[in-house]
Design a protein around this ligand. Structure first.
Ligand SMILES: O=C(O)CCC(=O)C(=O)O
Ligand SMILES: [Fe+2]
Length: 214
C-alpha cells in the first residue's frame, strides 16, 4: 500500500529543553482508515509479558515488535526479538524517513483494544536507542490522551499543571527528538468513554551496542 502523507506542518509543543512536534493530519482520513484496517489484520498482535517489581505481568494492550536483523530490544529486563516488516509498514517507514529526515530500523506497534487498554508513565531511554533518540509516533483509530511530564527526582511532587496533554488524532504524527526522553516521561491513560480500537506505531532506530547485555 502506498501511503501518501498530505501536506502538513509541524506544531512544536512548548516543553522546555525537549523537541516534540505534532502534525495533526499527517495522513488524510481515507488513507488512515485503510491503514488501520490493514494493520489490524496484518500484524500478529501479542500480549507482551514483562517484569515489574520482580513479578511477571501482562501489558494492558496488545503489541508487536517489528524490525530488521539485529534489532533485538530489551525493556523491563525482557528481551524482544523482532518480527519481520509487513507489506503496509515497509512503504510507511520510507515515507516517514523522508518526512522526518531520520532513519528507522524498527517499530513498536501497540493496539489499544478500547479505553481500558493503556500505557504507564515511562521514557524511551533504553541504551540501544542512543543518547538522543528520534521517535516517530503515528496514531490510527480512536483519539486518545497522550500526556508528557518532566522527569523529577523520586519523592518530588508535581502539580497537575506540570503535565501537558496532547490528544493524538486518527492519522496524526508526533515526533519526539533531542533531549525529550532524558527530560520527560509520557503515558497513555485509560479512557472510560473510548470503546473503539487505536493503533500506535513508534518508529525507532536500534543501535547495535558492543556492550549489550546477553
Ligand atoms: O500509544 C502511544 O501513543 C504511546 C506509545 C509509547 O509511548 C511507546 O510505544 O513507547
Ligand atoms: Fe513511549
Amino acid at each position: 500500500m502506498i501511503v501518501e502523507p498530505c501536506e502538513d506542518t509541524w506544531q512544536a509543543l512548548p516543553l522546555p529543553g525537549a523537541d516534540v512536534r505534532y502534525a495533526a493530519s499527517w495522513l488524510v482520513k481515507d488513507e488512515a482508515d485503510r491503514l488501520l484496517e490493514r494493520l489490524l489484520d496484518e500484524i500478529s498482535w501479542e500480549q507482551h509479558r514483562f517484569l515489574m517489581f520482580g513479578r511477571e505481568v501482562s501489558a494492558p494492550r496488545l503489541s508487536c515488535w517489528i524490525g530488521g536483523p539485529g534489532t533485538t530490544y530489551m525493556y523491563s529486563r525482557t528481551r524482544f526479538e523482532p518480527r519481520t516488516w509487513t507489506p503496509s509498514l515497509t512503504p510507511l517507514r520510507a515515507r516517514l524517513e523522508q518526512f522526518c529526515g531520520a532513519h528507522f530500523n524498527s517499530v513498536l506497534a501497540n493496539l489499544y483494544r478500547d479505553g481500558r487498554d493503556s500505557m504507564g508513565w515511562h521514557s524511551d531511554d533504553e541504551p540501544e536507542l542512543g543518547e538522543q533518540p528520534v521517535i516517530a509516533s503515528l496514531s490510527l483509530g480512536a483519539t486518545r490522551r497522550f500526556r508528557l511530564r518532566r522527569r523529577v527526582p523520586r519523592g518530588t511532587r508535581l502539580a497537575p499543571a506540570d503535565t501537558m496533554e496532547c490528544p493524538l488524532a486518527h492519522g496524526s504524527l508526533l515526533l519526539m527528538a533531542g533531549a525529550t526522553q532524558r527530560l520527560y516521561q509520557h503515558d497513555l491513560p485509560k479512557s472510560a468513554a473510548v470503546d473503539t480500537p487505536r493503533i500506535n506505531l513508534t518508529f525507532r532506530y536500534i543501535h547495535t551496542l558492543a556492550s549489550r547485555r546477553p
